[in-house]
Design a protein around this ligand. Sequence first.
Ligand SMILES: C[S@@+](CC[C@H](N)C(=O)[O-])C[C@H]1O[C@@H](n2cnc3c(N)ncnc32)[C@H](O)[C@@H]1O
Length: 237
Amino acid sequence: MAEFDQSRWADNGFSQNYRDEADIYLPRRRHFMDMALSFYGHFISGNRAARVLDLGCGDGLFIRQLLQSFAPAEITLVDGSAAMLAAAQARLGDRADIRFIRASFQELLGNDPFAGNFDFIYSSLAIHHLLSAEKRDLYAYIYRHLAPGGCFVHYDVVLPCSAGLEKWYLSLWRQWIGEQPEGKREKLLTVPEQYKGNPDNMPDSLEAQLAMLEQIGFQQVDCYCKYGIFALFGGSR
Ligand SMILES: C[S@@+](CC[C@H](N)C(=O)[O-])C[C@H]1O[C@@H](n2cnc3c(N)ncnc32)[C@H](O)[C@@H]1O
């Protein structure tokens, strides 16, 4: 089993670098988040009692964006990294309707802290650190924790279906970094190679993950947007 404590995310320096640089090296990051927010606006925002869960929340950027447009009743942020959760707390402030839980996905699966369900479960760029069987277990866990009509939206890297496509997608990624402002981009040009060489990254194909969701029982399973190796996909209960 992939253990969070042995991953690079347990290293505070690594997570700080992500917080500093993700906007520069993640292609179309804001577009992916906007699509997730549009999904929320269309399917969930009419529910004034909506409960939201962000799995692998990082520094809480997505939830901050969500709160700028919508008013869910209750938000829960989960991350394996105490440093990330502290950054999320600093960004979102102390609020009675937001709770922060430090737990790895493996810990959630082993000792579930949640008795209740959620109307919207979001995760970005975190689940690809799990092995295939763990992804399946986590997707099943997410399904069990969705209220009827609830939705899961997942933005993550996926494994291309051929080496040729992967080569092109990684070059698209480098090109995107190369178009960022001078001074910021230089040391980040190798991020795609570092991503590829880092054994913590264990993406599965989009097709395999959509099939997992369908097998578990999710409805309306689809990919809502894709750019190179980055995809936004999910399903509802
Ligand atoms: C690339 S960052 C993404 C953060 C945030 N979702 C975003 O989009 O900016 C990955 C996050 O997942 C968390 N993470 C990675 N593996 C995890 C695991 N097994 N259990 C819980 N959190 C994990 C890391 O601590 C980190 O905050």
